[in-house]
Design a protein around this ligand. Structure first.
Ligand SMILES: *Cc1c(COP(=O)(O)O)cnc(C)c1O
Length: 387
């Protein structure tokens, strides 16, 4: 057994990030300012989006995007049950009704072929989530959006660096929302970005994210600015700080290298775990895409074991291996069981994955030796609990 605990994820932060934060602290300007502008521009250029608006989180980005689209009481938004709570909770908090479509059993992405039957006259948008960093099949989703006049909002929290048929996520004709939470492929501590070709949407999100103030606040205090401002609508406080962007400025140039390192570990897992019948390993989508390997999420075939998934995770912890849970399906959570009940068995693939999924350690600083320890621990636990 490993002597040292291996976490499920940890960010790679080096001297460049640390020095840039210190520079901000010493400069006297720590909140939204020139470094946020630099990071926004660099990220916009990297993904290939006409507009990019930074925020305090991806959750904030989802919230403001739905508000900017004027989602209201009774509007239906189609999304996947296999996502983080905020994707669905933001729909609820805007007064909309989440409509859940089952996932594909292999990629665990929303099953594009099952979306049409859930579209009604009240449907306003589709929110696909690029699960684990692998692109959803966007062509059929865009075709439906065109046919029924729906907005496509990509939850790209896992998908910084993901590509679909040669195009980067963030550059498609949609709104895509990225997260820079410390577990994500690059981090700003907390942070998010809304990318879109729609200038009006980008402007609306920019206004809503900072009190509805009609100009860049940080310039008010610069020599060229004036302290006066106008509130053109009631807004939120969802801005990214310069000390956050200071991290992003140095994380972004490393993103492709981070993804390559993640891929090496993921493919090692794929090779080393392939012959274990008690596991169902992640599956590559059949279309051309680049997987950003945000997560490595095998399903544990609990029907072949005498323990459930939670016990499996506890036993891994006993072997000094950390895990994550992405995700218990949203309709299995208390509030949603009560308020958005799904007819029993109506989302069979999500139900199956929800009880069996776990995230094995995957982060750029991991070594193949670390990954070997994970494989050994997984094999030990399966051997110990085989039915
Ligand atoms: C992390 C995550 C979010 C929320 O991102 P924050 O930046 O933490 O608000 C939303 N959706 C998915 C799929 C995520 O993984």
């Amino acid at each position: 057994m490993r002597s040292e605990f291996l976490p499920f994820s940890t960010p790679t932060l080096e001297d460049a990030e640390i020095n840039e934060v210190v520079d901000s602290l010493r400069s006297g300007w720590i909140t939204t300012g020139p470094k946020v502008k630099r990071f926004e521009e660099a990220f916009r250029a990297y993904v290939g989006a006409p507009f990019a608006v930074s925020l305090s989180s991806a959750t904030a980005g989802l919230h403001l995007t739905l508000l900017a689209l004027k989602i209201q009481e009774g509007d239906e938004i189609i999304t996947t049950p296999m996502t983080f709570a905020s994707t669905v909770s933001m729909i609820v908090l805007c007064g909309g009704r989440p409509v859940l479509v089952d996932i594909e059993p292999g990629t665990l992405n929303i099953d594009a072929a099952k979306i049409r039957e859930k579209i009604t006259s009240r449907t306003k948008a589709i929110i696909p989530v690029h699960f684990a960093g692998q692109s959803c099949d966007m062509d059929p989703i865009f075709a439906l959006a065109k046919e029924f006049n729906l907005t496509v909002i990509e939850d790209a929290a896992h998908a910084a660096g993901t590509e679909y048929k040669g195009r980067r996520i963030g550059s498609l004709d949609s709104i895509s929302i990225f997260s820079f939470h410390p577990n994500k492929n690059i981090t700003t501590g907390e942070g998010g970005m809304v990318c879109t070709p729609d200038e009006t949407l980008a402007e609306e999100v920019s206004l809503l994210k900072f009190h509805g103030m009609n100009r860049e606040a940080w310039k008010r205090f610069a020599a060229s600015g004036t302290p006066n401002y106008d509130i053109v609508l009631p807004g939120f406080k969802y801005n990214m700080m310069d000390i956050q962007a200071a991290l992003g400025i140095h994380q972004l140039p490393k993103l492709d290298d981070f993804i390559n390192k993640r891929q090496v570990i993921a493919e090692f897992y794929n090779r080393e775990l392939v012959d274990i019948p008690e596991l169902a390993l992640p599956v590559y989508a059949p279309y051309e895409q680049r997987h950003a390997w945000h997560l490595y999420t095998p399903l544990v075939r609990i029907e072949k074991l005498s323990i459930d998934r939670d016990q499996f995770m506890a036993e891994l912890k006993g072997e000094n291996i950390g895990t994550g849970l992405h995700y218990k399906a949203i309709h299995h959570h208390a509030w949603y069981r009560e308020n958005l009940p799904q007819a029993d068995g109506s989302l069979p693939n999500a139900d199956y994955a929800s009880d069996r999924i776990l995230s094995l350690p995957l982060f750029p600083k991991m070594t193949l030796e670390d990954a070997g320890d994970v494989v050994s621990a997984v094999k030990t636990i399966i051997a110990r609990n085989r039915k």
